[in-house]
Design a protein around this ligand. Structure first.
Ligand code: FAD
Ligand code: MLT
Ligand code: ZN
Length: 416
């Protein structure tokens, strides 16, 4: 078997000299996990960008951790497959970083989480030893599933050096509908209707509010063919028969329009229009950075409560915030609440936190749905995890990284 970790000397060098390291992939993380806090050495996987194998029968890809997500997808598309995850940062993020953050993204609704699609990992542990769990098997119930410990551990338990991942067939027919809704209640009802009517071909259900659209138009000069609604949804279908899929989508659209769930909309089947419509959603993050200082929150909630947090935050902050916006992966119950201001203000931060975390905990939500805790959110873990669970996490950390040199100051709260 190929052993990437045997060539991973830099880490061993650091381990032997008690030097703290900060694993870094594409550096697109949103919670400060990939940047050193003090004098940690950045351990970049950028040169570990080799595809090791791809099996066309099983759809299993094995590659080094530094492969860029978009490059992997392009490679797979040539063979009639795709990566099971997709995100706005695909042009820069690495598969190792995706695994380390357990990235969710735009296709989770259809293909599930990396906890299901990652079949094996090769990891260098905090004590300098290499762990070979690079299996390429769909089923393997021999003992504990150790790879799960490293998925989402944000580089605090080990450095992922190679990944084995199950990839779906490239869909033969993709359709996109971009629709306007008059209320969040209608966004929800549209979701239940499209789930019932589109069934197995539904591959994404994303939403954004009108403020997001304003920012994308103002700062990025993108123009939307659908305007004048307080909410927008993006529905993607992926299937194997365009006639069948289009018929299903048209039936759903007719129902949604006649019953007043949706007031305006457009449909795309060709690549160029599909990409342009996806940009309106994928580039919200970028548009926000042009709006000023951004306070970012990535929250899981029962889907019915999702937008109440935006409304309540907006009411609470009033004119002290420039914009309070909500968008995200509605189909996964994942809200991205973002607040912008002209510049950083401690008093604004005090008005947002812990309000947002307390609100989330009240509804049994998660204060980090998909971005992780990194440096920015680690002190708030207790809003989503019991103290016994945090204690057990600390014991795992001590066992796997006895010198505490692996991404210190990240994920777990300090001083406990
Ligand atoms: P980095 O940012 O380099 O690192 C992230 C964390 O992983 C750090 O803690 C780092 O130490 C650790 N790490 C990196 N590589 C390794 C490794 N090989 N071994 C061990 N630890 C490692 N996230 C989502 O979940 N869903 C989205 O839809 C999404 N969309 C985004 C859109 C934009 C425009 C941007 C800028 C970000 C988005 N993100 C999203 C966040 C980010 O892209 C993901 O968290 C991504 O998985 C990070 O990958 P990376 O290679 O850039 O990792
Ligand atoms: C997204 O879904 O666009 C990303 O998670 C990035 C963000 O939250 O800004
Ligand atoms: Zn997201």
């Amino acid at each position: 078997m190929h052993k990437t970790s045997e060539t991973f000397f830099p880490f061993r060098y650091c381990y032997e000299r008690n030097l703290a390291v900060n694993p870094q992939g594409g550096n697109t993380g949103l919670v400060g996990g990939s940047v050193p806090v003090f004098d940690e050495i950045i351990l970049s996987t950028v040169l570990m960008n080799r595809i090791i194998s791809f099996d066309k029968v099983s759809g299993i890809l094995v590659c080094q951790a530094g492969c860029v997500l978009e490059k992997l997808n392009e490679y797979l598309e040539e063979q009639g497959f795709i990566m099971p995850l997709d995100l706005g940062a695909k042009g820069s993020c690495h598969i190792g970083g995706n695994v380390a953050t357990n990235a969710g993204g735009l296709r989770l609704l259809r293909y599930g989480s990396l906890r299901g699609t990652v079949l094996g990992l090769e990891v260098v542990l905090g004590d300098g030893s290499a762990l070979d769990c690079l299996a390429s098997l769909r089923k393997d119930n021999t003992g504990y599933d150790l790879k799960q410990l490293f998925i989402g551990s944000e580089g605090t338990l080990g450095v992922v050096t190679a990944v084995s991942i199950l990839c779906p067939q490239k869909p033969k027919a993709v359709n996109l509908a971009f629709l306007g809704c008059q209320s969040f209640a209608k966004v929800l009802e549209t979701f239940t209707t499209c789930r019932a009517m589109l069934g197995e071909i539904l591959s994404a259900y994303e939403f954004m509010d009108e403020k997001c659209m304003e920012l994308v138009e103002r700062h990025l000069k993108l123009s939307s063919p659908v305007t004048g609604s307080p909410f927008y949804v993006l529905i993607e279908t992926s299937g194997s028969n365009s006639t069948h899929d289009e018929e299903k989508l048209n039936n759903f659209l007719e129902r949604a329009m006649t019953s007043g769930l949706v007031t305006d909309g457009t449909v795309a089947t060709d690549d160029k229009k599909i990409k342009a419509l996806w940009s309106l959603r994928e580039r919200i993050t970028e548009a926000l950075t042009h709006d000023g200082c951004v306070y970012k929150y990535d929250i899981s909630l029962p889907v019915g409560k999702l937008y109440d947090l935006v409304t309540d935050t907006r009411a609470r902050l009033g004119r002290s915030a420039k914009n309070v916006v909500g968008y995200g992966h509605l189909g996964d119950g994942n809200l991205h609440l973002n607040i912008t201001a002209e510049s950083y203000s401690h008093s604004l931060l005090d008005a947002i936190e812990p309000f947002v975390y307390e609100w989330t905990a009240r509804y049994n939500g998660s204060i980090s749905a998909e971005h992780g805790l990194g440096f920015k959110k680690k002190q708030f873990i207790q809003y989503s995890k019991a103290s016994e669970a945090v204690f057990l996490m600390q014991r795992f950390k001590a066992m796997l990284d006895p010198k505490g040199i692996l991404n210190p100051y990240k994920t777990l709260p300090s001083g406990s």
